[in-house]
Design a binder for this molecule. Structure first.
Ligand code: 8YV
Length: 315
């Protein structure tokens, strides 16, 4: 049997590449110097796309593959896939939910702790001799018992809130409506009202056109000069210009961010800010989770080409 041709949009770890190459005829888009010429050449062969959450598959890529049947995303977020283009042609889309939920929640909470307790600066204080030369490290801010807001109480938001409950925090959340699995936590429909009652605001929303800049100047102002914004979702959920201005002027206290507009080439204004913790979009980046994600990407492709039900279908 001939192996189905797959367009691979970005690199995967070796442990995924080997079985992917064994099961499919892979065409590595990310290695092509002339991407348009590469797509024009292999596009007609391609029946499946294997991509990553942040890379997706845009309308031009989908259009270049007239025989495309399925797009398998390595990531829970599929906002970078042009769903309208996929839907119009009956192309199936899968993602990797559940397997990454706990790691993403862990990193969000770790970012809050790290930033609030000034752990990066504290490490430097030890390493550069400041401890011996200058004495005690400047006092930082407490986390336990404070007020936390979770914007988007889906799988990841729920796990974040569960963890925050362990810090005796007062938890509120926003979503399209109150959740019956969140009885201990306060529902706040309006994100501005949520921010106003939060010391720490976690952004855990699945991104879409509807959530673009949901965290805008008003939400940021409501969080305030003592507040901290933590984003482990997508950059598009936040108005980055408003965020940068608020961090620069001190109208927002601090931020801890795993995602950026234009990543990995983030706005250089972030780099000189002392009140922001910068992470390289690695909330799902553990060996265990990435192995499970890679397997799910392949299992969805294999199920499709075997005519079996998909494991985690989005469309
Ligand atoms: C990954 C992600 O970092 O799940 C998502 O939506 O963005 C991430 O888990 C990414 O897809 C890995 O390339």
């Amino acid at each position: 049997m001939t192996k189905p041709h797959i367009l691979q949009v970005g690199p995967y770890p070796e442990w995924d590449q080997v079985p992917l190459d064994a099961a499919f005829h892979t065409h590595r888009y990310f290695e092509a110097a002339d991407k348009a010429a590469f797509l024009a050449e292999v596009g007609p062969l391609v029946r499946g796309i294997a991509t990553r959450g942040e890379l997706g598959a845009d309308a031009a890529m989908i259009a270049a593959c007239p025989n495309l049947e399925i797009i398998s995303v390595y990531g829970v977020g599929y906002d970078a896939v042009d769903l309208t283009a996929a839907r119009a042609r009956g192309i199936r889309v899968t993602n990797t939910p559940d397997v990454l939920t706990n790691d993403v929640a862990d990193l969000g909470v770790a970012m809050m702790l790290m930033q609030s307790r000034g752990m990066l600066g504290a490490e430097a204080w030890v390493r550069d001799g400041s401890w011996a030369a200058k004495g005690l490290y400047p006092l930082q801010r407490r986390v336990w018992g404070k007020r936390a807001g979770v914007l988007g109480l889906g799988r990841i938001g729920f796990e974040v809130a569960k963890r925050l409950a362990g810090f005796d925090m007062e938890i509120a959340y926003s979503d399209v409506g109150p959740k019956d699995y969140a009885k201990d936590w306060a529902f706040e429909a309006d994100p501005v009202a949520l921010a106003a009652r939060s010391d720490f605001l976690f952004v855990t929303l699945a991104a879409s056109a509807a959530t673009r800049h949901i965290v805008g100047a008003e939400v940021i102002a409501a969080l305030g000069a003592e507040g901290m914004l933590i984003n482990i979702s997508r950059a598009s959920n936040i108005d980055e210009e408003a965020l940068l201005t608020a961090l620069e002027t001190g109208t927002l206290g601090a931020a801890a961010l795993d995602v950026f507009e234009g990543e990995p080439n983030l706005n250089p204004r972030f780099l000189s800010l002392p009140n922001v913790l910068l992470q390289p979009h690695h909330a799902s980046g553990t060996v265990e989770t990435r192995q499970a994600m890679g397997k799910l990407v392949r299992d969805n492709l294999s199920a499709h080409f075997a005519g079996e039900p998909l494991l985690t279908e989005v469309l």
